[in-house]
Design a binder for this molecule. Structure first.
Ligand code: ZN
Length: 435
């Protein structure tokens, strides 16, 4: 039972930094040469690829944002000819232009390689049976978990998302040992096997979950209901290959990110200046080997912090905290990325409703996520109709965003007004501190 190793070959920080410097210089030259958009951005700040000599030069480079990706739709920031592109993935945005990302064969291979490393970090062996309960399709999740599992050499069970009966059946009949899913799905399945009295017949010993924040109590509950399973928070975003760009280590106090594939800076989202080491800010990433769409100082909008120093687990790979939240108002509910602008748009299509609303995210007694929308009726609205209007709104949101909220329609003027931007999203799903 020997498992292959996908860990980096470098042994010292000096070796890692030399590799990063080389990767940065290659990326900058490649982007400048391959993409008119990148060239324009560099020229605008008067930077030539040769100006970038060391990692200290990174802050001189212009930032890249999600807008750059949207503006270049359908093949934004493409740096290689089309014949080199072997795959396209899209982000899971539900309205507006999707973020499409191109991949070369090397990009796909690199992603598979470092994702396999995640399984290794989580202590899997080739004898593990990995039930992959995430979405397959244009987005990156299913492909990422699947290819890396096969590359690693464990048994992949592509169950897909949802379908609780099938999930329970797979876990029992196939004797799955690892479950890959969102935290909410993990909790749901843990409760199901408990209620169906299947616990004794289930062999799940590790849960690898991502794409959603999770509280310590929720993690504890999932672990307990699975009879003491070990949990691993996995990170990633479509722009940066997909999931698997980092994972919690067996010492469970951080995320190790793959510093041989990308650099992380933490910036103050207002001033865009670096924060002191160890402080919270926006994660900004720069790829080191990505060919089709390299990212240069890409603003992820994710809030985290660098954890300085070496980890007790002995890994050379640098660390950040688990993701605390987002700098924009986007929130993730039941694995769907939702922006308040989505809700704005849906409300505007029901003229009897006003435009003032609040979104409250919480957890019920069984730790399940609840999304509650409080919305005002239109100034001329008929208060006897609040029940019907709530039902209409629920139906519409369900159809467009594929999640089911609770809705309360209140009288006009009932919600507080603010001269500044109104706070729309109140997220109390996590009460305990993020590590
Ligand atoms: Zn560690």
């Amino acid at each position: 039972m020997t498992s292959p190793s996908f860990m980096p070959t470098m042994r010292t920080l000096a070796e890692l930094h030399a590799h990063q410097t080389e990767g940065l210089r290659w990326t900058v030259a490649h982007a400048y040469q391959g993409s008119a958009e990148y060239r324009r951005k560099f020229d605008a700040v008067g930077i030539r690829p040769d100006d970038i000599k060391s990692l200290d030069d990174l802050p001189r480079l212009p930032l890249t944002t999600a807008d750059d990706l949207r503006q270049g739709y359908p093949f934004p920031l493409r740096c290689v000819p089309f014949e080199k592109i072997v795959r396209i993935h899209s982000s899971s945005g539900t309205t507006g232009k999707r973020k499409n990302l191109c991949y070369t064969q090397k990009d796909v291979d690199d992603w598979t390689q470092f994702f396999a490393r995640c399984y290794e970090m989580a202590g899997l062996t080739t004898e593990d049976r990995v039930q992959i309960a995430v979405g397959y399709g244009v987005w990156t999740a299913g492909f990422g978990f699947q290819s890396a599992c096969e590359k690693f050499g464990a048994m992949a069970l592509p169950a897909g998302p949802g379908n609780v009966d099938l999930q329970c059946q797979f876990m029992r009949d196939m004797q799955s040992t690892v479950l890959c899913c969102t935290a909410s799905m993990g909790l749901l399945l843990a409760e199901e096997i408990h209620q169906r009295r299947l616990t004794a017949q289930i062999k799940i010993r590790k849960v690898i979950y991502g794409s959603e924040r999770s509280s310590r109590s929720m993690r504890q509950k999932i672990s307990e209901l699975f009879g003491g399973a070990e949990l691993f928070d996995i990170t990633g975003l479509t722009e940066l290959y997909g999931p698997g760009t980092g994972i919690e280590c067996p010492d469970h106090d951080c995320i190790h990110y793959w510093g041989d594939y990308y650099l992380v800076e933490i910036l103050d989202p207002e001033t865009l200046e670096p924060v002191p080491e160890g402080e919270w800010g926006e994660m900004v990433v720069t790829t080191l080997q990505k060919e089709a769409v390299p990212l240069i100082r890409y603003r992820t909008r994710d809030i985290t912090r660098i954890i300085p120093g070496a980890c007790t687990c002995g890994s050379l790979m640098p660390r950040h905290s688990r993701i605390m939240g987002r700098t924009d108002d986007m929130f993730i509910f039941r694995a769907v990325n939702i922006y308040p602008s989505h809700i704005d748009k849906i409300l505007s299509e029901i003229p009897e409703l006003g435009s003032e609303y609040q979104i409250h995210l919480s957890r019920d007694a069984s730790e399940r996520g609840v999304m509650r929308i409080i919305v005002e009726i239109d100034q001329a609205g008929d208060l006897s109709q609040t029940g019907t209007l709530a039902a209409r709104l629920i139906k519409k949101i369900k159809r467009e965003l594929m999640v089911t909220p609770e809705v309360e329609v209140v009288a006009y003027g009932n919600l507080p007004r603010s001269e500044r931007k109104s706070q729309r999203v109140f997220d109390t799903r996590i009460q305990d501190p993020i590590i």
